[in-house]
Design a protein around this ligand. Structure first.
Ligand SMILES: [Zn+2]
Length: 153
């Protein structure tokens, strides 16, 4: 049987640095991240019992609100700070920004696209699971030609 999914695309700007990287990525820099979240419904069924959402897997508006609320609002125009970084410069930058009331998002992992997309998958697995929605795939672009992807099982 054919499978039906829906996909919503998101974008935000964010700064990071990759502690220990031997190239340019050890420097403080930013990306316009792009993300696609592809979802399906449990059992492949479409909503029947809701007038507004009848025939849908999930209303795109609801999907957008959940992803923005649980992931993007915290990251947009923030410095993504690895609290376990081995680079003292990263800790000083985070400290200065926080002291100055600027936006810092703390994570316990090196902020690569791979680590980020795994984190996002785990968040959305739980949040969308509450709505009987399955996360099929999340793709996260760091540049227009480079992305990491997690696929659900
Ligand atoms: Zn980067």
């Amino acid at each position: 049987m054919a499978k039906i999914t829906v996909t919503k695309e998101f974008s935000w700007d964010m700064a990071h640095m990759l502690s220990g990287h031997e190239g340019l990525c050890k420097n403080l820099h930013g990306h316009t991240y792009k993300m696609q979240v592809e979802v399906s419904s449990k059992g492949g069924s479409l909503i029947e019992d809701d007038k507004s959402s009848k025939g849908m897997i999930i209303d795109f508006k609801n999907l957008k609100e959940i992803v923005r609320d649980k992931i993007i609002d915290r990251l947009d125009h923030a410095f993504l700070y690895w609290t376990g970084s081995g680079d003292v410069v990263e800790h000083k930058i985070a400290e200065l920004l926080k002291e100055s009331g600027r936006k810092v998002a703390e994570v316990p992992y090196r902020p690569t696209a791979e680590e980020m997309v795994i984190d996002f998958y785990n968040i959305l697995f739980v949040e969308l699971g509450h709505h009987a929605i399955i996360v099929e795939s999340i793709k996260l672009w760091e540049t227009p030609t480079s992305f990491a992807e997690v696929r659900g099982e």
